[in-house]
Design a protein around this ligand. Structure first.
Ligand SMILES: [Fe+2]
Length: 320
């Protein structure tokens, strides 16, 4: 049975059926999956039956997989460093009660693109549901290609050479963490153009809750512009949500979309979501020695003020 894509919105998002992704795919099948992904930006795969190992192996078809930061003496809940932990669980698999860990997760509810704060951007994220809350906990997606195409020409011209400055700690601050701007500016920030040409050939906005400032613009004006663009992209015609069931996987392309997590009862409901993270522009199954996530956190001793919850809980994950 051939792969079938059923559109969710006319230009964005599709539910995929007809392909068993628990097994090794042929080169033709991989090309078809990637082409489908490029066309729709978000693909939803129901009831995949994927194990952790199969999730990682399937993800390698898209390129090099980033690894979660390595920390001294940290214990990991998940069996592979390629699996980022996007759950509300501690290392023992119980709902975390650590206020810092809960605070850290609040950033997930803001519109963002994964790893926009890194110099090496993330192309695809592949998120697999292992346990889901009875209510809420959906994920929302926004179409940054169509939103760009629908902008007035004068705004497109204005944005053409603009560069965003991105920081993980800025999005944490927006979510309620107390960090002075000066301290954020001492830490690593990544510069990425606000507009780029996606692999599909269509142009897209590249913005996120991590986008703190616009290079060369007055801070207030730059922040107002970022806010305006995020509001533009998240109008109803560009947005849909996915309700999860155990075994479902969603693949999103961070280079042509934004996403955010929906609310749920964080303190009583387990939500166990595991994510692989593909580096932009890398070949399938490529092997690379660098370790930028560990590097980012090891160079910043003060990271503990945000990361403390995960460290104290001996939960080494970072799902962002
Ligand atoms: Fe995310």
């Amino acid at each position: 049975m051939p792969l079938t894509a059923t559109p969710i919105l006319p230009r964005f998002g599709a539910e995929i059926t007809g392909l068993d992704i628990t097994r090794k795919l042929s080169p033709e099948e991989v090309r078809e999956v990637v082409a489908t992904q490029d066309k729709w930006g978000i693909t939803v795969w129901r009831n995949t039956g994927l194990t952790d190992e199969q999730h990682v192996e399937f993800s390698r078809n898209f390129g090099y997989l980033e690894r979660v930061p390595r920390r001294d003496e940290a214990k990991y809940r998940l069996p592979f460093r390629e699996l980022f932990d996007a759950s509300n669980l501690n290392v023992d698999g119980e709902i975390t009660t650590d206020p810092a860990a809960i605070q850290y997760r609040k950033g997930d509810r803001l519109w963002h693109t994964d790893s926009a704060f890194m110099e090496k951007r993330t192309s695809y994220s592949l998120l697999l549901a292992h346990s889901v809350p009875k209510a809420g906990g959906e994920t929302w997606f926004a179409d940054t290609r169509s939103a760009y195409e629908d902008l007035p020409q004068e705004m497109k011209d204005f944005l053409e050479d603009k560069v965003g400055i991105n920081s993980l700690w800025w999005s944490r601050k927006l979510a309620g963490a107390e960090i002075p701007d000066e301290e954020i500016e001492e830490r690593f920030r990544a510069k990425h153009p606000l507009v780029h040409t996606h692999s599909s050939g269509r142009k897209a906005l590249f913005i996120a809750a991590h986008t703190m400032d616009v290079e060369g613009m007055d801070k207030d004006e730059g922040r107002a512009l970022i806010k305006q663009l995020i509001e533009h992209c998240t109008q109803p015609q560009y947005v849909f949500s996915v309700k999860w069931n155990v075994g479902d996987m969603v693949i999103w392309d961070n280079l042509c979309s934004m996403h955010r997590g929906g609310e749920y009862d964080y303190s009583t409901e387990k939500r166990d979501m595991r994510r692989t993270t593909v580096r932009e522009g890398t070949e399938p199954f490529s092997s690379i020695d660098d370790d930028p996530f560990s590097q980012l956190f090891s160079h910043i001793p003060k990271v503990v003020d945000i990361e403390r919850g995960r460290t104290q809980a001996k939960d080494a994950s970072i799902g962002y």
